[in-house]
Design a protein around this ligand. Structure first.
Ligand SMILES: Nc1ncnc2c1ncn2[C@@H]1O[C@H](COP(=O)(O)OP(=O)(O)OP(=O)(O)O)[C@@H](O)[C@H]1O
Ligand SMILES: O=P(O)(O)OC[C@H]1O[C@H](OP(=O)(O)OP(=O)(O)O)[C@H](O)[C@@H]1O
Ligand SMILES: [Mg+2]
Length: 282
């Protein structure tokens, strides 16, 4: 039975479960449930703290898990990314009171607070910067400066609202671009069951990112039209009963659908229809 770790709390918990549900797996209905068997798919889900997931997967006790790239790298566990999941996107950044710091080089001798000290220490070593101290905190790190525990923080930034409200600003290059990822043990043997999980999740990603577009167009305009809707491989072009017209079907990125419909209309396409994709294997 395939054993998969899923975040039980935090920003990644709900979207990760929703994605697995969309991929056809049973998911828990009660947030107190920590282990769940899905006999139809021969999978057992373990709901764990996102910070611990790479550690379990790296130990080989679990076959795969969903966690944040920042947490994976911070843990130093023997686990590697096998699929980006397009959720929980955030950057990991330096921040300090407005105007106080300009670049990473200024961190020489600074007191730094973070929940991700593995990441911070590695980055400082790479940059050849020696901080006075690196203090590990559990959360709400933005307040550490006001309370005099640190001069600088390194933390997850999504909208930047938490930083602004604490009177802080980011400085220096981003330490990391993070998102939720599927991980497995580094160097693990190939597994048909893990490959199937990956294909299912890839199917969800494609179904979320693409829509199906159908339209009718005059034959002499078809080359122009398929240049607008090239599809992933090649669009399907079928003859229509009305002579001189064809029907075209192609997948297009969901975010671009309205603009593409405008452009198709301009070159004479009609009966332009967009439908969602519920699931797919490409
Ligand atoms: N505001 C956010 N937006 C997007 N991703 C976030 C945000 N905050 C944390 N993350 C991501 O979620 C993961 C952090 O998991 P964690 O368990 O700390 O969740 P959390 O949202 O911080 O919840 P909590 O602090 O309640 O435990 C990391 O990969 C991090 O990059
Ligand atoms: O840029 P923003 O959109 O403001 O989001 C970033 C904030 O979100 C997370 O905090 P969380 O709510 O998880 O609290 P925590 O610090 O206790 O983990 C993160 O640690 C930042 O503080
Ligand atoms: Mg948090």
């Amino acid at each position: 039975m395939l054993r998969i770790a899923v975040p039980n709390k935090g920003s990644l918990s709900e979207p990760a479960s929703a994605m697995l549900h969309e991929a056809g797996y049973r998911q828990r209905t009660n947030s107190k449930e920590l282990v769940l068997v899905d006999p139809d798919n021969n999978v057992e889900f373990f709901f764990l703290r996102p910070r611990d997931i790479a550690v379990y997967v790296g130990s080989g006790r679990l076959d795969a898990g969903i966690t944040g790239r920042d947490l994976l790298l911070d843990s130093g566990a023997e686990a590697e990314e096998i699929l980006e999941l397009g959720l929980g996107k955030a950057t990991f950044r330096w921040a300090a009171p407005v105007g106080a710091y300009g670049s990473v080089k200024d961190l020489q001798g600074a007191r730094i607070a973070s929940s991700y000290i593995g990441l911070v220490q590695r980055y400082l070593a790479e940059q050849g910067v020696e901080a006075a101290s690196v203090v590990k905190l559990d959360g709400a790190v933005e307040t550490a400066i006001q309370l005099g525990v640190a001069d600088v923080i390194a933390d997850v930034v999504e909208t930047g609202t938490t930083l602004r409200q604490a009177g802080l600003e980011i400085f220096g290059d981003p330490i990391l671009d993070s998102e939720a990822v599927l991980v497995r043990r580094t160097g693990a043997e190939p597994s048909a069951a893990v490959d199937q999980l990956v294909r299912r999740l890839q199917g969800v990603l494609v179904a979320r990112r693409y829509v199906m577009m159908d339209y009718d167009i005059r034959v002499e305009r078809v080359e122009q039209a398929v240049a607008l809707t090239p599809g992933l491989e090649s669009p399907t072009v079928s003859p229509l009963h009305n002579e001189g017209w064809v029907a075209v079907r192609a997948m297009v990125p969901r975010r671009e659908a309205q603009r593409i419909m405008d452009d198709l209309w301009e070159i004479g396409a009609r009966a332009i229809l967009v439908t969602g994709i519920h699931a797919c294997r490409l």
